[in-house]
Design a protein around this ligand. Structure first.
Ligand code: SF4
Length: 909
C-alpha cells in the first residue's frame, strides 16, 4: 500500500482555497485545507472536504458523445465517439465558419476560472460572441464599482477586516468569498468589531451579525441614497478625502444651452497628456476665488456653490450636484421604499460617519501622491463594506452599486487601512482602457477579432454597433440596449440565437454552464428553444457543443458532448490576466496540479482549446510557418507571452530562465515545478509605501507601469459624478457630437445613464400587478452547495437533497399554509409546487429558497425517486428574461440579469 499527499487548489466553489489531497494507492482518500496556503490557512469547508465524492460520482461523463442519428435533442440518446472523431468534426465546422463568418461561432462559459484562455481563443478565432457567467451573476457589482472607484469586491478588492471597527455587509449570499471571509469575520468579531448585515434573509453571515437589518429586495439603492443624504446633511463625510481624491471638487458645466452641459469643465489651453484620461479639469479655488486647474498646488476646491467661468459659463462642483441629488432622499423617504425605519437609517449613517471620523487609524508609512505631495503617514477611516449579488442582480443594480461606491468614498475609506482595499491588478483606470472593436468591420473572415470581445466603453464611440446603431454581438452586448455590458449577457444568448435576432448562429459551444436548468432565466422556454426546429426541419440553433464533467440537465440537449476533467485531474491557473487570488498587500496567483489521472477519456477543456486552436492555426497558437506551437496546456502556460518578448505570461511567479524573476520575465521551463514546491501559490509583497492609496500613489503607479499591471499612470479620482454616463445621456438627448442611440432607445438611455445615482423601482416591479403578486421572491446558494455543481455529490446531498420555500409565519398563516405543507408559488410567468417552511429569518414581504437544489428528472445520474426530483424545485420557472413590451429583464446600463426582481403570490396546494 502506498500513501502520499499532494497539494493543489480546491474548485468545489470559486474561492480557490489551498488543499492537501491524501491518496492511497493513487486513490483520493481524504482532502484537508492546506495550512501553508495564504487564502484559507488550513481551513476547509463542507464542500472542499467532499471533493472526494466528486471523483466517485456516477454522473461523470467519461467519453465524447455524439447525439445518435435520428434522436431528438433532449432525449439523451448518444453514442460514444473517439476524441479524434470529435476534433475532426469540430475542426471542419469551425474552420468553415472562421473562413466565412466567424461570428456564427459562439463560446459561452459558466463559472470557470480560465477566462484569459477562453477569451484568447475566441479573440483569435475572430468571434465577438464570447463571454462568461458575469452578466447573469454580478456584473453590476463589478461595473458599478469599477466605473466609480476603479475596483470592486472579491477578486478585485475587499474589506480590510484586520483594522476595521465597523463592518457593513449588504446583499451577500450565505457563503460568498467563503473561507477567506469567514476567517476574517471570525477574527474581526473576536477583536471586538461590530458587524451589521443588510439582507432580506437572516442566514449565513447575517445570522452571526451583531445587527440584522432586513430590507425589501431591490430597494438597496434607496437605503444607500438616504445614507449618503445623512452623511452630507450631518457633515459627517471626509471633506479632505472628497476634495483631493474624488472628482467632487471638479466643476461641471451646468448650462443646458452649452454643448458641454453636464460634462466636466476643462482648461482648453492645457494640453491633456493622455486624451483618454485628461487631467485638465477645473476646481473653484476657495483661496483665490477663481477657477484653477484641478490639484493646483496650494489650491483647495469649493465643494458647494455655483460659479461662472471667465467666458460666462455656469459651473458647479460635482459635489454640489451630488448633494442636490440626495437632498430629497431622506431616511423617511427611504423607509417607505425599503421597509427600514427612518430612525434606523439615521442611526446607521451616524454610526458609520462617527466611526470613520473619530476612530481614525494612522500608519507610519510615508508615501507620495501623484501630484508630488509627500505624506508621512497613511490615514484610515475604519468602516468596511462587502456587497455582492443581492445588490447586483436587479435591473436597477448598477445605480445602486454606484451609490454604494459613493457612500464608501464619502466616508473616505477607499484603499485605506480599515476600509476597502484593492487587490492587484486593481485599481484600474475609470474606465479601464481595454476595448472591443467599435463596428462590424472588427469581425473579418480568417482573422482575429480587432479588439477584445469584452471591454470597457468610455463613450458612445466605444460601442460595438453598426452604422445604424444595431448590435454586432449575438447577446447585444455593448449596444445601445446594454452599453456597459462589460461581462456580456449569457442569459440572452439562447433566446437571441433562437430568434435570429440580430442573426442566427451556426455553433454554440457551452462550457460548464447549466443553461437548460438553473443558469437560465426562463428554464422551460429555453429548453423548448434548444429543441425547436425551423420550417426547414433543422434546429434553429444548428449545432450545440457542451463541455462538462457531469451529466447535467444541459448535456441532454447537446449534439456533441465533450467530457471535462474534475479539478483534481488537471492543470489550471488563477492568473493575473484573469481573476487571480491577490491579497491587499500584493499580487498573488496560484495553480492546480493534477493529483490523479483523468477518468476514462476525460480531457481538460483547456486541452480541447489548445488542440482546436492549433488545428485551426489561430495565430497565437502556431509559429510563423503555421506549425503547432504548444505541445499541451502546461506547455502553453509556461511558454506563451502576451506579445513576443513581453515577459508577461499567464503565471507571474518564478519567471525568467532560472525562475528568479517575478511578474515580468522570460519563460521558465521549470515554472510548474516551482509552483508545486511552493504550495501551488506565488506571492509578491508590495513595498509598504505602495500598499495604500493606490488610486493616487505615485510610487505605486510607477511600479505598476513598470510591471505592466497598468498601462497609464494618471491618478484615478473617484467618480462621484460619472462623466462617462453623461456622455451617453447627451447622445440620447441628441447633444453628443458623435453616435446617437436609435430613437426607440433614446429615452431609456437618457433615464438610466444619469451621472449621479438615483433610485427607480426594478423594471419587473413596474411591470407587475403588485396587488396580485405582492411578495418578493429571491434565491441564494446554500453554504454546502455551489449552485448545481454538487447535485451528484453523495456527501453534500446528505445536507441538501431538497429545498423549501421559506416564508415568514405571519405571511404563511395569512395564506393558510402550514409549516412543512405543500403549496404553490406563482408569478405572472408561471407557478411551481413546493414545500413551505415557516421562518422568522425572513420579513413578511419576502419569500426565498436555495438555488439549484431541485433537479430535472433523469439528470445527474440520480435515482428516479431522488428527493431532488420529488421534493425539490427551482424558482427559475417563475422568472422570465423578457418583460411585457418585449423588453429584457436586465439592467439597461450593464445588461445584468434581474434575477431577484420577480414578484409572487403563494397559496396552499
Ligand atoms: S470555500 Fe470550500 S469549496 Fe470553496 S474553495 Fe474553499 S474549501 Fe473549496
Amino acid at each position: 500500500m502506498s500513501t502520499e499527499v499532494k497539494t493543489t487548489t480546491c474548485y468545489m466553489c470559486a474561492c480557490r482555497c489551498g488543499i492537501r489531497v491524501h491518496l492511497r494507492d493513487g486513490e483520493v482518500r481524504y482532502i484537508e485545507g492546506n495550512p501553508a496556503h495564504p487564502l484559507n490557512k488550513g481551513v476547509i469547508c463542507a464542500k472542499g472536504a467532499s471533493g472526494i465524492m466528486k471523483q466517485k460520482s456516477p454522473a461523470r461523463l467519461t467519453r465524447p458523445l455524439r447525439r445518435k442519428a435520428g434522436a431528438e435533442r433532449g432525449a439523451g440518446a448518444f453514442e460514444p465517439i473517439s476524441w479524434d472523431e470529435a476534433f475532426a468534426m469540430l475542426e471542419k465546422r469551425l474552420a468553415a465558419m472562421r473562413a466565412t463568418d466567424p461570428k456564427k461561432f459562439a463560446l459561452f462559459t459558466g463559472r470557470d476560472q480560465m477566462q484569459a484562455l477562453t477569451g484568447l481563443f475566441a479573440r483569435q478565432f475572430g468571434t465577438p460572441n464570447y463571454a462568461a457567467h458575469g452578466g447573469f451573476c454580478s456584473v453590476n457589482m463589478a461595473a458599478g464599482l469599477i466605473y466609480t472607484i476603479g475596483g470592486s469586491f472579491w477578486e478585485f478588492g475587499g474589506p480590510d477586516l484586520e483594522r476595521a471597527k465597523l463592518f457593513v455587509m449588504l446583499g451577500t449570499a450565505e457563503d460568498h468569498h467563503s473561507n477567506p471571509l469567514k476567517i476574517a469575520i471570525s477574527k474581526f468579531k473576536r477583536d471586538g468589531g461590530r458587524f451589521i448585515s443588510v439582507n432580506p434573509v437572516r442566514t449565513g453571515y447575517s445570522a452571526i451579525a451583531d445587527e440584522w437589518v432586513p430590507i425589501r429586495p431591490g430597494t438597496d439603492g434607496a437605503l444607500l441614497l438616504a445614507l449618503n443624504h445623512e452623511l452630507i446633511a450631518q457633515g459627517l463625510y471626509d471633506r479632505e478625502f472628497v476634495a483631493r481624491y474624488t472628482n467632487g471638487g471638479q466643476l461641471v458645466v451646468t448650462d443646458p444651452a452649452s454643448a458641454r452641459h453636464g460634462l466636466l469643465a476643462v482648461d482648453e489651453d492645457v494640453e491633456p497628456d493622455n486624451p483618454l484620461y485628461p487631467q485638465n479639469q477645473l476646481w473653484w479655488d476657495r483661496h483665490s476665488g477663481r477657477a484653477v486647474l484641478s490639484h493646483t498646488p496650494g489650491a483647495d476646491p469649493r465643494l458647494f456653490g455655483s460659479y461662472r467661468l471667465a467666458d460666462g459659463t455656469r459651473v458647479q462642483p460635482a459635489f454640489q450636484l451630488l448633494a442636490e441629488r440626495v437632498q430629497p432622499h431622506t431616511p423617511e423617504w427611504a423607509e417607505g421604499i425599503t421597509g427600514i425605519p427612518a430612525a434606523t437609517i439615521r442611526r446607521l449613517a451616524h454610526e458609520m460617519g462617527v466611526t470613520a471620523r473619530d476612530e481614525k487609524i494612522e500608519l507610519p508609512i510615508a508615501w507620495t501622491d501623484c501630484w508630488g505631495n509627500e505624506h508621512q503617514t497613511v490615514i484610515g477611516n475604519p468602516v468596511a463594506f462587502h456587497a455582492m449579488r443581492g445588490l447586483a442582480a436587479h435591473s436597477n443594480g448598477f445605480q445602486t452599486v454606484r451609490a454604494l461606491g459613493i457612500l464608501m468614498s464619502l466616508l473616505g475609506t477607499i484603499d485605506r487601512p480599515g476600509g476597502f482595499r484593492h487587490k492587484a491588478p486593481f485599481p484600474r483606470a475609470i474606465p479601464p482602457s481595454a476595448k472591443t472593436p467599435t463596428g462590424p468591420e472588427g469581425v473579418q473572415p480568417g482573422k482575429p477579432l480587432a479588439g477584445l470581445a469584452l471591454g470597457w466603453p468610455g463613450s458612445p464611440e466605444d460601442l460595438f454597433v453598426d452604422a445604424d446603431g444595431k448590435p454586432v454581438r449575438i447577446d447585444k452586448g455593448f449596444s445601445w440596449e446594454y452599453p456597459l455590458s462589460v461581462h456580456g449577457l449569457m442569459h440572452n444568448v439562447i433566446t437571441n440565437a433562437w430568434r435570429g435576432d440580430p442573426y442566427r448562429l451556426d455553433t454554440l459551444m457551452i462550457f460548464m454552464a447549466n443553461m437548460a436548468w438553473n443558469s437560465t432565466m426562463n428554464t422551460d422556454e429555453v429548453r423548448r428553444m434548444l429543441n425547436d426546429k425551423g420550417a426547414d426541419g433543422e434546429y434553429r440553433i444548428p449545432f450545440l457543443v457542451v463541455c462538462d464533467a457531469f451529466q447535467s440537465e444541459m448535456t441532454a440537449f447537446a449534439d456533441l458532448v465533450l467530457p471535462d476533467t474534475t479539478y483534481l485531474e488537471r492543470h489550471d491557473v488563477m492568473s493575473m490576466l484573469d481573476r487571480p487570488i491577490s491579497e491587499f498587500d500584493g499580487p498573488v496567483d496560484s495553480v492546480r496540479i493534477p493529483v490523479v489521472p483523468p477518468k476514462g477519456e476525460c480531457k481538460p477543456f483547456q486541452e480541447v482549446l489548445i488542440e482546436l486552436a492549433s488545428r485551426l492555426k489561430l495565430p497565437a497558437f502556431v509559429d510563423a510557418g503555421g506549425a503547432r506551437k504548444y505541445r499541451d496546456y502546461p506547455d502553453f502556460i509556461v511558454r506563451h507571452e502576451t506579445e513576443p518578448g513581453s515577459g508577461i505570461g499567464f503565471l507571474a511567479g518564478w519567471r525568467g530562465a532560472d525562475g528568479s524573476k517575478a511578474l515580468l520575465g522570460e519563460p521558465n521551463p521549470r515554472q510548474w515545478e516551482m509552483y508545486e514546491k511552493n504550495n501551488c501559490v506565488f506571492r509578491y509583497e508590495l513595498a509598504p509605501s505602495y500598499r495604500y492609496m493606490r488610486n493616487w500613489n505615485r510610487g505605486y503607479m510607477e511600479w505598476a507601469q513598470r510591471m505592466r499591471l497598468r498601462r497609464y499612470g494618471e491618478p484615478i479620482l473617484v467618480h462621484l459624478y460619472s462623466e462617462v454616463l453623461q456622455k451617453f445621456r447627451l447622445a440620447a438627448q441628441g447633444k453628443w457630437p458623435g453616435r446617437r442611440p436609435p430613437p426607440e432607445l433614446a429615452q431609456r438611455v437618457a433615464t438610466h445613464f444619469d451621472p449621479l445615482p438615483f433610485y427607480s423601482a426594478p423594471l419587473e416591479t413596474l411591470a407587475t400587478d403588485l396587488e396580485k403578486y405582492p411578495l418578493a421572491a429571491i434565491t441564494q446558494r446554500p453554504m454546502a452547495m455551489y449552485h448545481s455543481w454538487d447535485s451528484q455529490n453523495a456527501w453534500l446531498r446528505q445536507i441538501h437533497a431538497h429545498n423549501y420555500l421559506f416564508v415568514n409565519p405571519r405571511t404563511a398563516q395569512d395564506a393558510g399554509i402550514a409549516d412543512g405543507a405543500w403549496m404553490w408559488v406563482e408569478s405572472q410567468w408561471g407557478k411551481v409546487r413546493c414545500m413551505g417552511r415557516h421562518s422568522e429569518a425572513v420579513e413578511p414581504g419576502t419569500v426565498w429558497t436555495w438555488n439549484a437544489i431541485g433537479k430535472s428528472p433523469g439528470a445527474w445520474a440520480l435515482a428516479p425517486d431522488a428527493n431532488e426530483f420529488t421534493k425539490g424545485f427551482i424558482l427559475n420557472h417563475l422568472i422570465s428574461d423578457t418583460l411585457p413590451g418585449d423588453t429584457s429583464n436586465s439592467d439597461p446600463v450593464t445588461g445584468q440579469a434581474g434575477w431577484y426582481d420577480v414578484r409572487v403570490r403563494i397559496y396552499p396546494q
